[in-house]
Design a binder for this molecule. Structure first.
Ligand code: M6R
Length: 613
C-alpha cells in the first residue's frame, strides 16, 4: 500500500514525480504529496487523487527543482487528511520522508520523543520515524545515512522509505524492509519508485533493494549500497528490465481493468510460451529439478489471499485430480496466526500476483521454521515472495495495474493446470491420452478466450439489466466453485454491490432463503461434471422467482430454456472450462461498475498490493 517516487539528478523532477505517482496510484489514492527542492524545500499536499495535488503546483520555481520525493497514500495510521499526507518533515524542518509500510513500535518511540520535546502534527507512524532519525542524527552528530542506519535498527515493522536532508541537498537516502523499492539508474540520474513503472520511460537499468538494504543516491559519489544491519557494503546487482512502458499504459481502453481483460488471449500465450514443447510435452524446469519434492510430498499447502486464494482453490482441485497429491488451501492471514501443523515433507505453495502481500510473506516466514519445500507462484518478477521461496514459476501475465485482478487470475489458474498436469504425468498418475488431450486444449485456450471476449455486447446488455440490483449470488460446483467465488469478489470490489459466491448445492442449506425476484443469481453451468445437478439448482431458483444469469456451454439447450439470461462459452475440456468461464464474469462486473460510474481501476478503500496486515 502507498506508492513512493523520488528523483535526484540533472533534470527537472516535478513532472517525473507527478507522472510517477499517477502510475503508482493503484497502490493507494487517499491523499498525495510532494517535496521539491530548489533554493529551499517546497512541501505540497492534497487530500484525494493526484490531480488535486497537481493543481497546487503552478508556482514557477517548482519547475526548476532537480530533487524531489512524492507519495500517494493508502491510509493506515490516521484518516486520509491533509496533515496525515506524506511527505512528513522533522521538527527542525530539515528532514523530509516518504514511507510505504508500518512502523509497529511507533507509539513507544513517540512517547520517548515527546519527552524530549518533539511535537507531532499528524497521527502517522511516519512522522515519528522522521523525528527519530532527526534525534539520532543530532545526538550522534552524524550525517543522514549514518543516522538512518542507527534509527532503522530500533524500529519494528515494514518500510520502504526515501529521506532527504536540506542540509545536504546532494543526496537522497532510501531503505527497505518488507515493502518494495526500485531504483532506476541512468548516468547521474537516480529514479526511485515502489515499482519501476514511474521510470520505465527514462531507464531500464534497475536495482531492486533487498530487505535490510539502504542506498545513498549521491550527486557527488554515485550510488552506495549497504546492509543497514551489518553495515557492510553490498555489490549492486543492476538488472535490465524487459517490460515496456506500453504495458503499464491504458492503450486506448477506458480503464486498465478493461484493457487487462481484453489482453488475456495474449497473456495466455505468454504464460504457455516455452513451457509446452512442440512434441506436446510440458516443461517447467523448476519442476524437473524438484520432482522428488512433489513425489515425496505429504501434502501441498497453498497459501494466498483474495483472488490468488481463489486460483489456489482451483489449484487444489487440479492437483488432487491430476497429480493425486493431497492438497489444501489456506488464507495466509489465518495460517500465520494459527499454529499450523507443517512438516518437512510438505510442499508449501504461496500464490501471489504482486509477490508483496504482507500476510502471504508472513505465512512463508512462519512455514520456513519447519523447513518444508517452498514453491512460489508469482507474477511480479523479482518480488519478495519469489525471493523468499526455494523455487517456483512466474505466471507471465505482465504488469497488472487495475486493482481488481483479472489477467493474473487467468494466468494463475492456467499455471495451476499445467503444473498439476506436468507433475501428474511425471508421477504416472495421468495417462498419455489424457495428457495430450488437456495439452491440446491448453494450446487452444487463447483462441477460446478471444471467442468469449467477442460476447462483450451481450454481456454489456445483461449488465445494464441488472445494474441496480442490491445483491447477487454466484453459484458453481466442482471446478466452477472457485469461479463463483471469484465472480462475486470481482463484482463487490468494483461495483460495491453485495455478492456472495457459494457451492451450488450448499444453496439449500441457507442462501436459498435470500432468493426472490430482486436477487440475480449467476450460475456457472458448463457441460460435464455436475451439470445435471446444476440444472436442478437452477430450477430451484426459478421456482422461488429468482433471476438466473447462466454461463453455459455453446449448444446448451436445457438451461437456456429456464434461465433469464445466457452467456455462452465454447465447448471446452472440463478442466479448462473454469478458466474460460471466469472471463465473462470479469466483463459482467466491469460493465455493471461502469454503468454505475464507479472508480473501476481504483475502487474505494482498496489497494493493489496489500503490504500491511
Ligand atoms: O498480490 P496478491 O495476489 O498477493 O494479492 C492478493 C489480494 O490482495 C488480491 O487478489 C485482491 O483480492 C484483489 N484486489 C482481487 O481483485
Amino acid at each position: 500500500m502507498c506508492g513512493i517516487v523520488g528523483y535526484i539528478g540533472e533534470n527537472p523532477s516535478k513532472e517525473f514525480i507527478i507522472d510517477g505517482l499517477k502510475k503508482l496510484e493503484y497502490r493507494g489514492y487517499d491523499s498525495a504529496g510532494i517535496m521539491l527542492y530548489t533554493d529551499k524545500a517546497y512541501l505540497k499536499k492534497a487530500k484525494g487523487k493526484i490531480y488535486n495535488l497537481e493543481n497546487k503546483l503552478s508556482e514557477k520555481k517548482l519547475n526548476n527543482a532537480k530533487i524531489g520525493i512524492g507519495h500517494t497514500r493508502w491510509a493506515t495510521h490516521g484518516i486520509p487528511s491533509f496533515s496525515n499526507s506524506h511527505p512528513h518533515k522533522s521538527n527542525s524542518g530539515d528532514l523530509y520522508i516518504v514511507h510505504n509500510g508500518i512502523i509497529e513500535n511507533y507509539e513507544s518511540i513517540k512517547e520517548i520523543l515527546i519527552k524530549k520535546g518533539y511535537k507531532f502534527y499528524s497521527d502517522t507512524d511516519t512522522e515519528v520515524l522522521i523525528n527519530l532519525i532527526e534525534e539520532v542524527k543530532k545526538v550522534n552528530k552524524v550525517k543522514l545515512g549514518k543516522a538512518l542506519k542507527i534509527a532503522l535498527n530500533s524500529v519494528i515493522g515494514a518500510f520502504a522509505i526515501a529521506v532527504f536532508d536540506i542540509k545536504n541537498p546532494h543526496e537522497i537516502v532510501v531503505a527497505k524492509l518488507g515493502s518494495p523499492l526500485a531504483i532506476g539508474i541512468e548516468n547521474k540520474n537516480f529514479y526511485i519508485g515502489s515499482d519501476p513503472s514511474p521510470f520505465l520511460n527514462f531507464t531500464k537499468r534497475c536495482l531492486y533493494l533487498n530487505d535490510n538494504e539502504m542506498a545513498i543516491l549521491s550527486m557527488k559519489k554515485g550510488l552506495i549500497l549497504r546492509n543497514f544491519i551489518t553495515d557492510s557494503v553490498i555489490n549492486q546487482k543492476v538488472e535490465n528490465l524487459k517490460f515496456e512502458i506500453e504495458q503499464v499504459e491504458k492503450g486506448g481502453y477506458k480503464h486498465f481493468m478493461l484493457k487487462e481483460i481484453f489482453e488475456q488471449p495474449k497473456n495466455i500465450i505468454d504464460a504457455i510460451r516455452g513451457r509446452i514443447l512442440d512434441d506436446y510435452k510440458i516443461k517447467f524446469s523448476s519442476i524437473e529439478s524438484h520432482i522428488d519434492k512433489f513425489k515425496n510430498a505429504n501434502r501441498l499447502i497453498f497459501i494466498s489471499c483474495g483472488t490468488s486464494w481463489h486460483a489456489s482453490l482451483l489449484g487444489e482441485y487440479y492437483f488432487e485430480e491430476l497429480a493425486r497429491i493431497p492438497a489444501g488451501v489456506e488464507y495466509a492471514s489465518e495460517f500465520r496466526y494459527r499454529n499450523p501443523i507443517i512438516n518437512e515433507n510438505d510442499v508449501i505453495i504461496p500464490v501471489s500476483q504482486s509477490g508483496e502481500t504482507a500476510d502471504t510473506l508472513a505465512a512463508i516466514k512462519l512455514a520456513k521454521q519447519f523447513n518444508p519445500f517452498l514453491f512460489g507462484i508469482c507474477n511480479v518478477v523479482g518480488s519478495s515472495i519469489s525471493r523468499e521461496t526455494d523455487s517456483g514459476v512466474y505466471i507471465h501475465a505482465g504488469p497488472e495495474i487495475g486493482v481488481a485482478s483479472t489477467k493474473a487470475f487467468t494466468c494463475q489458474s492456467l499455471i495451476m493446470l499445467m503444473l498439476s498436469l506436468d507433475i501428474g504425468y511425471r508421477l504416472g498418475k495421468v495417462n498419455d491420452e489424457k495428457y495430450k488431450q488437456i495439452i491440446t486444449e491448453i494450446k487452444k485456450l487463447s483462441r477460446y478466450a478471444k471467442k468469449v471476449l467477442e460476447e462483450f455486447d451481450n454481456i454489456k446488455k445483461i449488465a445494464k439489466k441488472y445494474k441496480n440490483a442490491k445483491n447477487f449470488l454466484y453459484l458453481g460446483r466442482g471446478y466452477n466453485f472457485p469461479i463463483a467465488l471469484e465472480g462475486a469478489l470481482k463484482l463487490k470490489e468494483i461495483s460495491y454491490i453485495h455478492a456472495e459466491g457459494y457451492p451450488a448445492a450448499e444453496m439449500k442449506h441457507g442462501p436459498i432463503a435470500l432468493i426472490d425476484k430482486n436477487m440475480p443469481v449467476v450460475v456457472i453451468a458448463t457441460k460435464k461434471g455436475s451439470y445435471h445437478k446444476i440444472v436442478s439448482n437452477v430450477m430451484e431458483i426459478k421456482a422461488r422467482g429468482g433471476k438466473v444469469i447462466a454461463v453455459v456451454t455453446k449448444g446448451d439447450t436445457e438451461i437456456k430454456k429456464i434461465a433469464d439470461d445466457i452467456i455462452e462459452i465454447p465447448d471446452v475440456e472440463e478442466l479448462v472450462a473454469p478458466i474460460i468461464a471466469n472471463i465473462p464474469l470479469q466483463l459482467l462486473s466491469y460493465y455493471i461498475a461502469d454503468f454505475k460510474k464507479c472508480e473501476i481501476d481504483q475502487p474505494r478503500n482498496l489497494a493493489k498490493s496489500v503490504t500491511v496486515e
